[in-house]
Ligand binder design. Structure first.
Ligand code: PNS
Length: 158
């Protein structure tokens, strides 16, 4: 049984994130989506809300589990039995940040291997921060996030 861990802030989850999870669904036996809970940050959605949103969006994928975590990613990977961490790369600008994190994770635990999935080109410009900005300013994000997330944004940012 090979488990992949797809970690992230997911504040909120976007179609780009779900695209990465979907790729993993067919490649791995089990996919754990790890929602980071960082007590020093004030996200728009609580960790519990982000977990619930991803669960709703991923409900048709039977091998996906969603959980939040605090602390080191490598410790959470060990806890859920994942030796592979998968992240999406939108463009070369993501690479610097992602390679640094993957090398730090490798330093912390030689057991964990980071793998990268190229996101769909049409999601190359998509980020949770931009989605929040557009939603806050009254723009439509219906094409950028799954319907449950669009509804949650409308409620949180009327
Ligand atoms: O969606 P993001 O913001 O790119 O996700 C970043 C995340 C959650 C993968 C990263 O912040 C993380 O791994 N946090 C856990 C803390 C940790 O392990 N830090 C040291 C390794 S760089």
């Amino acid at each position: 049984m090979i488990t992949a861990l797809v970690p992230g802030s997911f504040d909120p989850p976007t179609k780009g994130h779900l695209d990465v999870v979907e790729r993993c669904v067919s490649l791995f036996d089990r996919v754990v989506v790890g929602v980071v809970h960082n007590p020093s940050k004030t996200p728009l959605f609580t960790a519990e809300e982000r977990v619930a949103l991803i669960e709703e969006c991923a409900k048709d994928w039977t091998n996906v589990e969603v959980a939040s975590f605090q602390g080191l990613l490598v410790d959470f990977a060990k806890e859920v039995g994942a030796k592979t961490v998968v992240k999406g790369l939108r463009a070369v600008t993501d690479f610097d940040y992602e390679i640094q994190m993957s090398q730090m994770n490798r330093h912390l635990s030689g057991d964990v291997v980071s793998m990268f999935v190229a996101t769909k080109p049409e999601f190359g410009y998509l980020s949770s921060s931009l989605v929040k900005e557009v939603a806050k300013l009254g723009g439509s994000v219906d094409d950028l996030v799954p319907p449950p997330v669009a509804a949650a944004l409308k409620e949180r940012l009327p």
